[in-house]
Each structure stands twice: as C-alpha cells, then as structure tokens.
Ligand binder design. Structure first.
Ligand SMILES: *Cc1c(COP(=O)(O)O)cnc(C)c1O
Length: 374
C-alpha cells in the first residue's frame, strides 16, 4: 500500500484482542464484556477495534452516538450494539430498525422508543441509566425505581439492563466512589421492590474493572484499557496491557544551523551552539498538541531527540543529538518503540497537560492509519 504522507498512526489489532482477553480474565467467568469503541475507537478505528475486541472475547460493543452505531451495523457487525447516552427521540425509529440498544432516562424518549417499537411490532431493548452522583446523565438514583416502573408500563419496549457510571473509579480508596456504588445498589434493590427486574447490571469502566471487583456486576464496559492504555497511573502494575497505537513519521528535511539561530514561529528556541535540526511532517492538526512545544522528545535511530521551537500545524522540528547521523527518510517515533527505547502516550499526555484518551482521539484527525496484527 502506498502512503501519500510520511506521518501515520500504526494500530496493532492483536494487542487489542489480547488486552480484552486479559481484562476479561480479571472478571468472573459469567461476566459479560462490552468493548467501548466510541470516537472512532478512541482514534484506533471503530470497526477494526470492535472486530479485534470481539476476537478477544468481547460480547457487546458500546458507542456514544447513533451515527457511530449505524456505521458499525451497516459494516455488518451483528453483536449487540449500545449507545451509552440517550439519543434524541427522533432517532427512535432508526434504533428499532437496526436493533441498536439505547440508554434511557427520560419519559419523552421512552414514549418515542415505545411508539417506534410498537409500529415495528417489536419490543425495543433499552438500558436504564441511573445517575448515582456523577451528575452528568441518567435518572436520579432516588427517582430511578419509580421511573423504571412507569417506563415498564409502556408498550413496545423492554428493559434489558440497568447501568451507572463512576466519576472517580480511578482514585483508590475514594469515598465518593463508595457512595456512588452504595446508591446504585440501593436503587437496584428498590427496583426489585417495585417488581422491576434490572436485567443486566453494569457500572465498571476500565478503572473500575481493574481496581474494583465489587463493581463488576453482570457486565463491564472497557474503553481505554482495550487499547492498552491505562485509565490512570493508579492502574500501573495492576494489569499487563499492550499499547495498540504508535505514531510514526519520516524525517522530511535535515538542516545544519549556527549558534543563535531561531527555530519555528516566534523563535521560542534559539540554538545555544551550532546544531542540526530535523523537520518532521506532522503537527498540531495531526494531534501533537502545541503545548508539547519545547517539551516533548521523539525517537530517531533509537535515541531521544528534543523537540525545539513551536509545534506548527503540519510540522515540528527536533534537535539531532551530537553523534547521531540523520538523513531525510529516517523513521521518527512520536509514540511507540524504536531500538529498545520507548515514548508512551502517557509521557506525551503529560507534556500536553492532558490524558492519553484525548491524545489517542486526536491522532485520528488527519493521519492515515496502518493496521498490523502481532
Ligand atoms: C466511555 C465510557 C466507558 C469507557 O470508559 P474507559 O474509561 O475508557 O474504560 C464506559 N462507560 C461509559 C458510560 C462511557 O461513556
């Protein structure tokens, strides 16, 4: 395959399958596994990531939007597909037509889904989302049992599962996590008192799957960890994950500059001595945050090279360390391994003052992806 550009993302699909197997191995045998592939599979490609996750033993796929679900369904994915928030009521007929399982927490949406289900002569499945304290989406935990009973009376729909989401599952010993768990358990109990079967109960994201076995319930929902990235430093050493994404480029130009010469917009860096500058053909429009300017390093010839001057939209420059011979066309690694050295997504995220999640999504914006299977 010919590439039009010397900067690309490499995705190791074998790593995704292995990570799913590893994570599944941390849960009881009967626990279902939802692989979350929203935002184009956290930048890894939603369809390829979903397929790799299913090969690794995932049972279900989760996405954020109806469009994302439709993309997977039309590509031929047969497994249960979840939308993790409540879609607009106008999407109800599409959901029913394609057998997509929405999250539900409003009577208006329940009515629309019921009407669409009835019109199609089916019972559309939904999962009840309970807000146990993150204060983002869901029906408030205090009102959930009564709400569930009211919705249960609507025709054309069927409660298949009940879920919540944690705000601080990555913080070991956090009392607010405990409080959310307590509210969830209490809501489930009261649903049963209202004679509503909660169905498949689920709450755990990657962090809770790794750190909180008590939150596994009937299914876990893992996103970041299936891509081999840790949800937080708190899970380092708790699970052995293989990073699926690498970011690579080829040196586009090499130039020798004199002492005191500036590099890139605004000349935020001047050469303290005569040196060699290599230009790489990727920039902030490719997901290398401008905040990484003068902070990050890349690998060339297995050696760390300091990035210098501002990261531009389409290019960035690095200083070639003394003793390293660099030529146009040489491989540079922005994230990943080279010659026994490595730069992690977490390291780059620190320079960008963000989390690996955001960087991985951003690398999907413009760079072509190459798939490998280790
Ligand atoms: C994104 C998301 C997940 C996955 O979270 P990770 O931290 O990536 O594992 C799980 N559940 C819901 C509701 C989500 O929105």
């Amino acid at each position: 395959m010919a590439y039009q550009r010397y900067a690309n993302v490499e995705v190791d699909l074998g790593a995704i399958s292995r990570n799913v197997r590893t994570l599944k191995g941390m849960t009881p045998r009967a626990t279902r596994f939802m692989a979350v592939v929203k935002a184009d599979g956290y930048g890894h490609g939603a369809l390829r990531a979903a397929e790799a996750a299913l090969r690794g033993g995932a049972d279900r796929i989760g996405v954020a939007t109806v469009e994302e679900a439709l993309e997977l369904r039309t590509a031929g994915l047969k497994q249960p597909l979840h939308v993790l928030s409540e879609p607009p009521a106008t999407a109800a007929p599409l959901l029913v037509e394609h057998g997509i399982i929405p999250s539900l927490y409003s009577l208006a949406f329940a009515a629309a889904l019921g009407a669409a289900g009835s019109a199609a002569g089916v019972e559309a499945r939904y999962h009840l989302k309970i807000d146990t304290g993150m204060n983002r989406i869901g029906v408030d935990a205090a009102d959930a049992p009564e709400f569930a009973r009211e919705v249960a009376a609507i025709g054309g729909i069927r409660l298949e599962g009940t879920m919540t989401h944690f705000a601080t599952a990555d913080v070991p010993g956090d009392w607010e996590y405990e409080r959310q768990l307590e509210r969830f358990r209490d809501a489930l109990l009261r649903m049963k008192t209202e004679r509503v079967d909660p169905g498949i109960v689920h709450a755990a994201n990657s962090a809770a799957t790794i750190l909180h076995p008590e939150a596994h319930f009937d299914m876990v929902r893992c996103g970041i960890a299936i891509y081999g990235l840790h949800p937080d430093r708190s899970t380092y050493g708790k699970v052995d994950l293989a990073a699926a994404m690498s970011v690579k480029a080829r040196v586009a130009r090499v130039k020798r500059i004199g002492m005191g010469e500036g590099v890139s917009y605004g000349f935020t860096w001047h050469a303290p001595a005569p040196t060699t500058i290599a230009t790489l053909p990727l920039g902030y429009a490719d997901g290398v945050h401008r905040l990484c300017s003068n902070r990050m390093t890349v690998l060339i010839g297995g050696r760390p090279c300091q990035q210098v001057g501002r990261v531009c939209m389409d290019q960035l420059m690095v200083e070639v360390p003394r003793g390293l011979e660099v030529r146009v066309g040489d491989e540079a690694v922005i994230v990943g391994e080279q010659g026994g050295a490595a730069i992690t997504m977490d390291e780059l995220a620190t320079h960008a003052e963000t989390i690996n999640y955001e960087l991985a999504c951003g690398f999907a914006l413009r760079m072509e992806r190459r798939y490998l299977s280790s």
